[in-house]
Design a protein around this ligand. Sequence first.
Ligand code: ADP
Ligand code: MG
Length: 274
Amino acid sequence: MILEARSAGKTFRARRGGGAVHAVRDASLTARPGEFIAIVGESGSGKSTLARMLLDLIPASSGAVEFNGVALSEMNGAQRKEFRLSVQAVLQDPAGSLNPRKTVGRAIGEIVRLHGVASGGAAVRGKVIEALQQVGLNPPESYLDRFPHELSGGQRQRVLIARALVLDPQIIVADEAVSALDASVKAGVLRLLSDLKERLGVGYVFITHDLPVVKKVADFVYVMKSGEIVERGPKERIFTDPQHPYTAQLLDAALELDLPGTAEDLERDPLPLG
Ligand SMILES: Nc1ncnc2c1ncn2[C@@H]1O[C@H](COP(=O)(O)OP(=O)(O)O)[C@@H](O)[C@H]1O
Ligand SMILES: [Mg+2]
C-alpha cells in the first residue's frame, strides 16, 4: 500500500482581498505502512492543507494525490472503500474531534458500524474494546460509558487514536495530534504511536510545528516553508546536516527553546519562578 502526493498543489481564494493563496505548491511525498514520516514547518506553511489533500477532504488544484497509483479523484467504488479504511486521520483534540454528547463506546462503535467492520452489539463492542486496549486505556470496559469531558487530554487523544485504529488502517495522518498536550503526556502518546508502528505496522504522516517531537519519533522528515517542501531526508541527516537555511533556522530555534532542559531536568532542578 502506498499513498503519494505527486506535485500536489492547492490554491485558495484569499479570505480577504480576492487574490489567490498558494497554500501548497508542487508537493511530492510518499507514505507507506510501517514508516513514520513527519512534515514540519511553521504555522501557515501549508501543512494542514497538504494533510487534508492526503485525506481526500479537499481536492488538489494541481498535481494529484494517489492511493496505490490511482489519483484520489479517479478511484472507483472499491478503491474508495479501501482508501477510506486504510487511511485514517487523528487530529488535534481541541479542534473538537470528539462529540461531547457521545460516550467513548458510542463514538467508536458508530465508526465500526458505519464502515461495516463488524455488526451486532457484541461484535462491535469487542472491536471497540480491542481498540481501547491497543491504545493503553485499561481496563478498556471502564471507558465505554465515559464522556469526553470525563477524560484527561491525554486520554482523549488516545480515544481519537483508538477511533482511527479500530478500522485497521495502514496509514494514519496525524495533524498536530500531540501539540496541545503537556510534555509528559505528550511523551506517552508518542511512545504509543511508535509502539503501534512496531506492533501493527501502521505508517504515519505526522504533522507538527514541534521539531523536538520529530526528533523522537520520525524516520523521514519533510520540511515545509511557505507552501513548499524545501527539504526532505532521513531524520538523522536532517538533524545533523540540514541543507536548507530554513531547516537550520528551525533547528537553532528548537535548540534555544530546549536550553532550560527537558521536562525531567526541570523536575529535578526547577527554574526559579519570577
Ligand atoms: N480554506 C482556506 N481559504 C483560504 N486560505 C486558506 C484556507 N485554508 C488555508 N488557507 C491559507 O493557506 C495557508 C496554509 O495554511 P495551513 O495549511 O493551515 O498551514 P499550517 O497547517 O502549516 O499552519 C495559510 O496562508 C492559510 O491562511
Ligand atoms: Mg495546521
